[in-house]
Ligand binder design. Sequence first.
Ligand SMILES: Cc1cc2nc3c(=O)[nH]c(=O)nc-3n(C[C@H](O)[C@H](O)[C@H](O)COP(=O)(O)OP(=O)(O)OC[C@H]3O[C@@H](n4cnc5c(N)ncnc54)[C@H](O)[C@@H]3O)c2cc1C
Length: 438
Amino acid sequence: MAEKTDNFRVIVVGGGPVALTAAHALSQAGIDFVLLERRKALDKDAGSSVAVWPHNVRLFDQLGLLEEAERTYMPVKYKRNLRRDGTEMSRSDMFEAIGINHGHKWMCFHRAKLMDMLCKNLPDQGKVQLDKEVVSIENTATGVTVTCADQSIHTGSIIIGADGVHSTIRKLMNEKTGKVDEPFVATYRGLYGYSSRSLELEPGVLYETHTKSLTIQLIVAEEQQHFLVYERMAQPTKERTRYTDEDQDTMAQRFADVRFPGMQSDQWVTFAQVWAQRQWSAIGNLEEGIVGKWHSERTVLVGDAVHKMTPNTGFGMNSGLQGVAQLVNRLRALLQANAAPDTDALDKTFREYQTARMGNSKEAVDMSALYTRLVAWNNPVWKFADQYLLPHVNGDVTSLNLLMSPIVQKGVPLDFLEEKSFKAGKYSYHTPPPVVNA
Ligand SMILES: Cc1cc2nc3c(=O)[nH]c(=O)nc-3n(C[C@H](O)[C@H](O)[C@H](O)COP(=O)(O)OP(=O)(O)OC[C@H]3O[C@@H](n4cnc5c(N)ncnc54)[C@H](O)[C@@H]3O)c2cc1C
């Protein structure tokens, strides 16, 4: 049973996967919180796919979510790298290799199902408040006050801003310090969603089209297939672009001819077919970058609010979940020593959290950027290497071993909860399971 840390109350702003995981971790740490989300309902049927790497499956184990996660995820084993016409450049068992490297499997979820799992298993449902768009924040010597668009006022001890890449909390925090810290630049746009499964395609396979300025990832599950189309834009932009449904159709038409090979040698599925079968889709710029200042006074940021990457390698949310672990571990330790920490003590804790996460987050942002550009043949060297060199060195598994597994190995668990189902892999974790007194 979590000990209660009385009077200290966290205001979590946002209701995405990072905020909800923060709510779970705070609840288990016995730290009071309220979660304020702008939308009228949480993402229960929207979104494409989102994969959880094994270091964060460790967190699910600690938070009592592992069994449901194992029942819910869509197994993916193989990766097939294709040219635009569907001919194969290489194939690998990369996703199986992730489990061998790290114990727990790579769990790819329909995002809506992951959100549903996080929402319905949250012990303190009453602490989640929807239709609460935070519009202003005030610091006092001993706490914070947050005002929402509906004029409701919420008081607490600190704010955790988990409100995504266009974070209002980051903007408000920066306004107070007179600092502009908006490093995100989008070079690629993404068209993503899911459709009913094309029966010709093999479930458990991630098909990846590589060609000039374009990549398509098509993850085929038993009932659905999830697609992500990455297109290099004519100019990088810092502006937020508002796209229409027509923009989605226009973008899909540019790639209608892309082909995926079926299970029989004469079967092909085109992207036009995948698009025609779609059940949900969205379009948006894929920002990249990392902010320099993650906290100020009694406000601290996590998730896409501080680091944003292209989703090709699936590390965006994963980096945010690690931020939650590093932040809640430190916050809990602070509150155990001092139930009413002052702003200096909080500042020190937030600074240590940022220091702990900065290197690993930057590695993930840089690695995702490199992968995105390599498979979109950003220059003649990568075009050549991707087609003619990497297939000979099992490029997917080699890049897993050299680039991705080192990030996973640095993953930390919550240091106050047991890992009942810890699994060791070929590559050991730098932080072993915590020893927790009953
Ligand atoms: C197609 C696609 C596939 C992806 N695949 C993966 C993957 O496989 N693995 C992975 O790790 N990552 C993946 N990502 C990245 C991942 O989706 C993000 O990193 C993740 O959603 C970030 O979570 P978050 O909670 O920080 O922010 P968000 O998910 O953006 O949530 C922010 C929340 O804050 C709310 N909000 C905003 N402003 C306010 C306000 N003022 N007041 C109250 N609430 C507010 C929003 O409504 C929203 O609910 C993918 C991204 C895309 C686009």
